[in-house]
Design a protein around this ligand. Structure first.
Ligand code: ATP
Ligand code: MG
Ligand code: MG
Length: 548
């Protein structure tokens, strides 16, 4: 493989390892189990797991499950399945909720050290007290409560003696800090809510900033990698670790993945699911890992994509066509080439008196071993694509037209002698003669034809449902348009072909394997497919819009 320069995170890890500051590299992937993982998460997964694959050490999977209201076990399960499907295995499966006792003790320690207080101010009052970036904040009336009073009140909070919103625990830091997050942030709030793991054991829950860094520290995470939104949180992250005197995990930030024609936040993807704008989290149009998998993406193509986009310190927007390029490249190497007719029209070979025969087709000219061969039945009645015939051919038309010749892929050269139309003028049948000496691989006819078309023998064909997809949104950045992002959904993002014809070989097509329908794109079997009711998804078209 080609030499790649180090990204900035690899550079700092190499420094930390060679200076001895880091003995064993420990990273973590910390999803909140409040939805399915998307391609942005794949970037963070590849980064965190990729670093410990490269430098040794290990990566934990930690569910950041400190918000009882939004989290579900269904999401925990799907997130695990998606990480494993990408090909990564975590060392420890951990839950921030397992640290609730420990985090609670940390909060008590801060209170004891005079560094936290119970505040009975309302949310609005606290917001006002924060001040503005140019004006310092003002102290809450409760800021100078004694340690004993705070300990007693915090115990009452924990014991469920207060209703939601009555009071909070705030860190006592610096009301004039230029970093608004340092102006006495809330670290615990009351929520009488059932938690997916701890049940009703708790009615106070730690805020993200009080849970994340300390969880990293408990796990001896050396490099806690997150996205740029957290730059301003770093000061607070370090402050808690310093005041508590615990393992000094360090936070580093990289640019999140933004992709054109896509939204990438679990909250927004959930809206699409809940409002039935897609069929589910794994709808093949979704940018979720499960959606991409169902669409026919391979783990390798997603990892290659993450490799190509690299790790940056500044926000950017990546072209969806780069992701498509990566799967096309991957499937080009591995996909069996087959024939399927999506918009059929009958072609009859009037001089083919043999009835039928078996032809042999090469599976993949791009593969090293050519992918082997398969049998393709041929007969005097075929299905071809409607678009491969023109009654009045345009200039440079090399496909079928009255009097024209083409090669039928893997078969013979045929000449169009006649055609039939129905009352409304639609062509219903094309009549051809074939040249017996022109059989592919043993052609002695001496005839040169410019066009080759695909076909399926009518009598042997199986039927299939074929789903064609387009981008889910009509604009590049649905998030930054006026109004609601859902106003920009592409009404033509899915086209369903109820009855396409496929060669018999595909009756046994398996899920998770990419096929090239020649001239039509790459397809894979949908998870709802059943014998006798085969469904294919188009993963990606053949045309290359993006050039590396
Ligand atoms: P979302 O808004 O989609 O829920 P999130 O950041 O709230 O995103 P988490 O479950 O907290 O989702 O994310 C787990 C990890 O994945 C975090 O470390 C986060 O920084 C990272 N991550 C999330 N979205 C992206 C993205 N678009 N690009 C790169 N990393 C991401
Ligand atoms: Mg998050
Ligand atoms: Mg989120």
């Amino acid at each position: 493989s080609e030499e790649k320069s180090l990204n900035f995170i690899e550079e700092l890890i190499e420094n930390d390892l060679s200076s001895g500051k880091t003995k064993t590299l420990v990273t973590r992937f910390p999803p909140e189990p409040n939805g399915y993982l998307h391609i942005g998460h794949a970037k963070a997964i590849c980064l965190n797991f990729g670093l410990t694959q490269k430098y040794g050490g290990y990566t934990n999977l930690r569910f950041d499950d400190t918000n009882p209201v939004t989290e579900k076990t269904e999401y925990v399960d799907s997130q695990q399945a998606d990480i494993q499907w990408l090909g990564f295995q975590w060392k420890n499966e951990l839950y921030a909720s397992d640290y609730f006792d420990q985090l609670h003790s940390f909060a008590v320690k801060l209170i004891e050290d005079g560094l936290a207080y119970v505040d009975h101010s309302t949310a609005e009052e606290i917001a006002t007290q924060k001040g503005t970036p140019t004006e310092p904040g003002t102290p809450s009336a409760y800021r100078e409560r004694s340690v004993d009073e705070n300990l007693a009140l915090f115990a009452q909070m924990k014991n469920g003696e207060f209703a939601d919103g009555t009071c909070t625990l705030r860190a006592k830091i610096d009301l004039s800090s230029s970093n608004m997050l340092m102006r006495d942030p809330i670290i615990y709030r009351i929520k009488h809510a059932h938690h997916h793991r701890t049940g009703d054991a708790w009615c106070i829950y730690p805020m993200y900033d009080f849970a994340h860094g300390q969880s990293d520290s408990i796990e001896n995470i050396t490099h806690s990698i997150c996205t740029l939104e957290y730059v301003s949180h770093r000061e607070l992250y370090d402050w808690f670790i310093e005041k508590l005197g615990i393992f000094p995990s360090k936070q580093y930030e990289f640019a999140r993945l933004n992709l054109t024609y896509t939204v990438m936040s679990k909250r927004k993807l959930m809206q699409l699911v809940n409002e039935n704008m897609v069929s589910g989290w794994d709808d093949p149009r979704m940018p979720t890992i499960s959606g991409l998998r169902r669409r026919g993406y391979t783990p390798e193509s997603i990892k290659e994509f993450c490799e190509r986009i690299g790790i940056a310190k500044r926000e950017n927007l990546i072209e969806l066509s780069l992701l498509e390029f990566c799967i096309r490249e991957d499937l080009n190497k591995r996909a069996t080439r087959v024939m399927a007719v999506l918009d059929p029209i009958k072609l009859i070979i009037t001089n083919y008196t043999k009835g039928e025969e078996i032809l042999i087709g090469e599976n993949n000219p791009e593969a090293e071993d050519k992918g082997g061969t398969r049998e393709i039945p041929f007969s005097n009645e075929l299905w071809i694509e409607r678009e491969d015939f023109m009654e009045e051919p345009a200039k440079k038309w090399f496909r079928l037209a009255p009097g024209a010749t083409v090669r039928l892929k893997h078969a013979y050269i045929v000449k169009c002698e006649d055609f039939k139309k129905d009352e409304s003028g639609n062509v219903t049948e094309i009549h051809c003669t074939y040249i017996p000496e022109s059989k592919s691989g043993e052609d002695t006819s001496g005839i040169n034809v410019k066009g080759t078309i695909h076909w399926v023998s009518a009598k042997h064909a199986e039927t299939a449902e074929v789903r064609l997809y387009d981008r889910l949104f009509t604009v590049e950045s649905p998030d930054s348009e006026e109004g609601d992002f859902k106003d920009y959904l592409n009404p033509e993002s899915m086209q369903v072909i109820k009855q396409a014809y496929i060669e018999p070989y595909l009756a046994n097509a398996e899920q998770g394997i990419g096929y090239q329908f020649i001239r039509k794109g790459y397809f894979s079997v949908d998870k709802d497919s059943k014998p006798g009711n085969i469904i294919f998804n188009r993963t990606v078209g053949l045309k290359e819009a993006w050039k590396p």
